[in-house]
Design a protein around this ligand. Structure first.
Ligand code: LMR
Length: 348
């Protein structure tokens, strides 16, 4: 009997405390720290920045600098988490991930926007820019602004145009001196109809391939060659599986740093200002340093004994230019007159 009484008391007390806690009757006794923590969490902004290249490249370094600047300017309240090497998304996935809002910033090569935004094919034109000054004039001037305006109200907001550098050609199937030397080869290309067309003019089969599959496909012989900047050729070790490289500077590889429009509009004006300032500073740093980074890795590639490097002569450049420039008319047939004029402002 005494046992039964003890069990009853136990049950009554158990229910009582469950009600007390469950329905919040003891709220005033709860520690305040809980609320403070929740407020802190609410204010913190996390930005996932995904890209596909190595950390020791112009884009990789600029992304880190940007993250650090945002952190400093916001006193740690805005955190930019950088995911390099396609760890989060491959290059053929990242734009959709941005549009879905799964990632807040990406910086794809401009060629990778061309499927959705064909005007960006302009930046794939061969020999459009003669040097980095031309590139800066385009990226910071009316051409860059007009290209960014094509993204408006389509879920994407442009933040900056970032530099990498001029592209070079590599191959395993012989030196690339004259346009006919390319004939019959299979080349990796970024997904851009204009780049594909350019390679067809050389008698090459273009094979659109995600960036982080290129090394493997060159190594196993699925591909003969590829075009890329020196920093990408070096950091992804393409030079170790290619016998020939021509320093041709035939096209430019730059990046559109873009964010999800809805995410951007959800930020306060002062947070937008912090991000803009950090972006401007990292863009300026890149504009001053991308060329030097590419030049530096050329010295390293030169030390690799198994690759032959050819520096294109002005006569050879003329031959390549003549063959590749056939794609200009193809692009002009789909561009508006004002964009054609922008292109003509650059082409010598
Ligand atoms: C490539 O796919 O070759 C480049 O776009 C990689 C990069 O982001 O520089």
């Amino acid at each position: 009997m005494r046992n039964l009484f003890a069990i009853l008391i136990f049950i009554v007390l158990g229910f009582g405390s469950a009600f007390y806690v469950g329905f919040g009757m003891g709220k005033s006794l709860e520690p305040k720290a809980y609320d403070v923590e929740q407020e802190g969490l609410k204010e913190k902004v996390i930005i996932k920045f995904s890209h596909v290249v190595a950390e020791n490249t112009p884009k990789g370094i600029a992304a880190q600098r940007f993250a650090q600047l945002v952190n400093e300017k916001s006193e740690g309240r805005i955190e930019v988490q950088v995911f390099p090497n396609g760890l989060l998304y491959r290059d053929d996935e990242e734009l959709n991930a941005l549009l879905r809002g799964d990632v807040q910033i990406i910086a794809p090569a401009t060629s990778k926007l061309t499927d959705l935004f064909p005007e960006w094919l302009i930046l794939d034109l061969p020999y459009l820019f003669k040097d980095e000054n031309d590139v800066a004039r385009a990226f910071e001037g009316p051409l860059g602004n007009k290209l960014f305006s094509t993204l408006e109200n389509k879920g994407v907001k442009g933040l900056a145009l970032w530099d990498n550098g001029f592209k070079q050609m590599t191959s395993n199937s012989g030196p690339l001196i004259h346009p006919d030397d390319f004939f019959g080869q299979r080349f990796r290309v970024m997904p851009s109809l204009l780049i594909e067309s350019q390679f067809r003019k050389l008698g090459v089969t273009p094979v659109p391939t995600p960036f982080n599959d290129v090394f493997k496909n060159l190594e196993t012989g699925k591909l003969d060659g590829q075009e890329n900047t020196l920093s990408n050729i070096y950091s992804k070790k393409f030079y170790q599986v290619q016998k020939h490289m021509t320093i041709s500077n035939h096209g430019y590889l730059g990046y559109a740093v873009i964010t999800n429009e809805e995410f951007w509009n959800s930020l306060s004006e002062s947070d937008q200002q912090i991000i803009k300032e950090a972006m401007d500073q990292s863009t300026k740093w890149l504009r001053e340093n991308a060329k030097l980074l590419n030049e530096d890795v050329l010295k390293r590639i030169k030390q690799w004994p198994d690759i032959e490097i050819h520096f294109q002569t002005p006569e050879e450049r003329k031959e390549w230019k003549q063959r590749l420039s056939l794609v200009y008319d193809e692009l002009f047939s789909i561009l508006s007159p004002d964009l054609i004029q922008e292109v003509k402002n650059f082409k010598p």
